[in-house]
Design a protein around this ligand. Structure first.
Ligand code: SAM
Ligand code: DTB
Ligand code: SF4
Length: 327
């Protein structure tokens, strides 16, 4: 087995070209005995990070529901009857109240999400104001607004935006089965604009949508082969939302989710790997395994965008019990 899995040389210099990973190499990582895979992930993790430190980001949905897109997992797509109430873009003062509360409870980054295919210029101007003001509270800023047009990333950068979240979600061969209103190529186009403007990239995907292991490997390969790989890699477990096409997706073996985290860690040694959506449905023990596999970031606060996340008290308790500290 080890013949097909090269040992990664350490890659701390982000200016040097990263190693390219083939899908087969990552598939071979997935196929390792669980303990061997986690051991490798731990070695890589400890080479680049404090293995007991965790970064915390708080999410806020600044514009909820009514989205034109057809993403098969999403509660916010207008075309699915998910029972979600639509909201217009939140006023600045509500956003700032939430950002202050996030800072107070210990988050280092505040991430604002909008259910858009992409922002219209007049909406972008309001978001830019939010970014400026949130940043002035001493928080890192992140937004996820959908696809960007030329010039929009630069405007966000000028406002002081630190991260743009834009996921590629799944393997290229599975993308069209989940989403029909835009392509993965469109997503890469926006990621290029974000990178080009000098904004940090937050890009990951969703596991548990009925994809095969090979497809999970292909998703990780696409992420790891970005030049450079994303600074932040959210690995979401599908949250099954009633009314969406993926509400009845077949359950995933939880160890397969842990393996995905480990593969992300090994192939993207210097990136923050975020254990993202789906934590509320996970046991403390499963989350601890994800941290052992190299996840070193979480969404913190009792709501994601429209679905639940563990209460902050539960998270504080978990991190305490594991002897982990926030960064
Ligand atoms: N509309 C923008 C976009 O699509 O990029 C921003 C918001 S969208 C909700 C952000 C990401 O949330 C999606 O790309 C997807 O990875 C994740 N997501 C949405 N619904 C989810 C669900 N039910 N379970 C897991 N992840 C989900
Ligand atoms: C990401 O990868 N996960 C977050 C964030 N980026 C924007 C969103 C998760 C959404 C989960 C479903 C919901 O709450 O609507
Ligand atoms: Fe719209 Fe984003 Fe949901 Fe897709 S994931 S339906 S683009 S809000």
């Amino acid at each position: 087995m080890s013949a097909v899995i090269p040992v990664q040389s350490s890659h701390t210099d982000r200016s040097a070209p990263a190693k390219r990973w083939t899908v087969s190499q990552i598939d071979a990582l997935f196929a390792l005995p669980f303990n061997d895979l986690l051991y490798r992930a731990q070695q890589v993790h400890r080479e680049h990070f404090d293995a007991n430190a965790i970064q915390r980001s708080t999410l806020l949905s600044i514009k909820t529901g009514g989205c034109s897109e057809d993403c098969g997992y999403c509660s916010q797509a207008a075309r699915y009857q998910t029972g979600l109430e639509r909201d217009e873009l939140l006023p600045l003062d509500e956003v700032l109240t939430a950002a202050r509360a996030a800072k107070e409870s210990g988050a280092s980054r505040f991430c604002m999400g909008a259910a858009w295919r992409g922002p219209k210029q007049k909406d972008l101007e309001q978001v830019i104001e939010m970014v400026r003001e949130v940043k002035s509270l001493g928080l890192e800023t992140c937004v996820t607004l959908g696809m960007l047009k030329d010039g929009q990333a630069e405007q966000l950068k000028d406002a002081g935006l630190d991260y743009y979240n834009h996921n590629i979600d799944t393997a290229p061969e599975f993308y069209g089965k989940v989403i029909g209103t835009h392509s993965q190529t469109d997503r890469f186009d926006t990621l290029g604009k974000v990178r080009g403007a000098g904004i940090n990239v937050c890009c990951g995907g969703i596991i548990g949508m009925g994809e095969s292991r090979r497809m999970r490997a292909a998703l990780i390969a696409e992420l790891a082969n970005m030049e450079p790989p994303p600074e932040s890699v959210p690995i979401n477990h599908l949250v099954q939302v009633e009314g969406t096409p993926l509400a009845e997706a077949a359950p995933l073996d939880p160890f397969e989710f842990v393996r995905t985290i480990a593969c992300a860690r090994i192939t993207m040694p210097t990136s923050y790997v975020r254990l993202s959506a789906g934590r509320q449905e996970m046991s403390d023990e499963l989350q601890a395994l994800c941290f052992l596999a190299g996840a070193n970031s979480i969404f913190y606060g009792d709501k994601l965008l429209t679905t639940g996340n563990p209460e902050t008290d539960r998270d504080r308790g978990l991190l305490d019990r594991l002897g982990m500290k926030a960064v």
